[in-house]
Design a protein around this ligand. Structure first.
Ligand code: UDX
Length: 463
């Protein structure tokens, strides 16, 4: 199958539209495995920053990979004006733009629509290749959107005859390990309705599938390539995130039952996780899930269900349990402090999880809002979320954890950063005011050590 024109042996020209989180990680990793990648974004400031060696967000290892791609001449950045040229010169164009949650819970597809129409317009202007353009959709879109992307590309092309194929290639990378997850995924999922494009995708991802570039201590073996139809590929993305969200809500419900019955959720998680059918990961109880994916994707799936007359009871329950966990953090504070009015509370960690500066749907912001509304003074500390980035009437951001803890009646571990887990607890106790409560919202600290340092400890799902 050599329909696709190659620049070199299994090296393709690839355009990636959208140079933020997913697009940048995808582009840099495709360059790393030997392709020639142009990342395009409509934001000229972002493109200027990337060209000048800047990094628009915090993601371990990505800056180095981008620098490497640029220095090898395999990775370049262009603003929206360049789209037509990139479509003309590329074998494949990835759509990797945001699909934020709209008011009704369904994702807002306007960015995807604009890019797909733009690709159509560019295709109508002609292409320097005889093989059809492969349009790879990486943005998380509702099930059935593969056809929607096809419709939009055609719409953009107007009356012109255009030759392209749409592929759905969902993204499973986690913030904080985006580079590793892209280069060493546990599977690659590709949905398509023309067999030859499935084969093209297999070749494009060849080095990742074969792990041919792995160093000595990196994972080996062949990565499973799941070839399926467009709708199933889109559903795999939603189902994977929904399953993980449900799994966390499940252990949180068990954790609440542990508190009632005197069991310890950490032991319970270990005990059930050793059953291979259950698995030990994503069984950490606490203040629940946040971030840019779980809340948005679970809500999108619920919206798809409702639109089609189906009541997604399990997904609804997962969201209810997750909301309850944040409330529980506040309940634990109120129970110990009696009133929040006039109390000083420190939030240790603000990002929705360690390893990222992302605050989207972070439990910290919800907890800060409620505490502030109930009269508490809230001070937050996070190793990467600086005060300059977070202007909120609900909380102040301190530059170091001990400054944040000074005079606090209580502290809540919201994000289990290493800097938070390894705090000098005696120093914290000396700085805080009675009752010196520590609510461990991630069960990340050793309760005995916390108590021994003179603090009152409250975890989730254990004594
Ligand atoms: C997730 C998916 O893991 C990834 O595959 C997908 O592509 C995007 O969504 P991400 O949002 O980066 O990735 O974070 P993840 O590590 O999955 O954590 C999500 C949330 O769940 C965090 O708020 C985390 O603190 C919480 N969590 C995770 C728990 O509360 N308990 C756990 O046991 C695990």
């Amino acid at each position: 199958m050599a329909r696709y024109k190659e620049i070199g042996l299994e090296q393709f020209a690839v355009g990636v539209i959208g140079a933020r989180y997913v697009g940048l990680a995808t582009g840099a990793c495709l360059a790393r495995i030997g392709h020639w990648v142009t990342c395009v974004d409509k934001d000229p400031d972002l493109i200027a920053e990337l060209r000048n060696g800047g990094m628009p967000f915090f993601e371990p290892g990505l800056e180095e990979l981008v620098a490497r791609g640029k220095s090898e001449g395999r990775l370049s950045f262009e603003d929206g004006e360049a789209l037509a040229g990139v479509v003309e010169d590329s074998d494949a164009v990835f759509i990797a733009v945001g699909t934020p949650q709209g008011d009704d819970g369904a994702p807002d597809l306007s960015n995807v629509a604009a890019v797909a129409r733009g690709i159509g317009r560019a295709l109508a202007g002609g292409r320097g290749r005889e093989n059809p353009l492969v349009v790879v959709n990486k943005s998380t879109v509702p099930v059935g959107s593969g056809d929607y992307v096809t419709t939009l590309v055609r719409e953009g092309a107007g009356d012109a005859e255009v030759d392209f194929r749409v592929v759905s290639n969902p993204e499973f990378l986690r913030e904080g390990s985006a580079v590793h997850d892209t280069l060493f995924p546990n599977r690659i999922v590709v949905g398509f309705d023309h067999p030859e494009v499935g084969e093209f995708m297999r070749r494009l991802y060849g080095p990742i599938i074969e792990r041919s570039f792995a160093q000595r201590d990196e994972p080996r073996g062949v990565v499973p390539f799941v070839a399926t139809d467009l709708a199933s590929a889109e559903m795999i993305k939603y189902a994977a995130n929904a399953f993980l969200a449900v799994k966390i809500s499940f252990i949180n419900e068990i954790s609440n039952l542990c508190e009632i019955t005197g069991a310890d959720v950490k032991s319970v998680a270990t005990g059930i996780g050793l059953d291979e059918r259950i698995g030990s990961r994503f069984l950490e109880a606490g203040v629940g899930w946040g971030g840019s994916c779980f809340p948005k994707d679970v809500n999108a799936l619920r919206a798809t269900a409702r639109k089609n007359g189906y009541e997604p009871t399990l997904l609804d329950a997962a969201v209810t349990t997750n909301d309850h966990q944040r409330e529980l953090a506040v309940t634990k504070l109120e129970r110990n402090l009696h009133t929040l009015e006039g109390k000083r509370v420190t939030l240790l960690g603000l990002a929705f999880k360690p390893g990222t500066d992302d605050l989207r749907e972070s439990p910290s912001l919800w907890i800060a809002r409620v505490l502030h509304a109930r009269g508490a003074r809230v001070v937050g500390y996070d190793p990467v979320v600086a005060a300059a980035r977070l202007s909120s009437p609900d909380l102040e951001v301190a530059a170091d954890p001990y400054g944040a803890l000074s005079g606090a009646h209580a502290a809540v571990v919201v994000t289990e950063w290493e800097e938070v887990v390894s705090l000098d607890l005696r120093r914290a106790a000396a700085l805080m005011s009675a009752p010196r409560l520590l609510v461990d919202g991630r069960n990340a600290l050793d309760p005995a050590a916390v108590r021994a340092s003179g603090l009152t400890y409250e975890g989730f799902g254990h004594g």
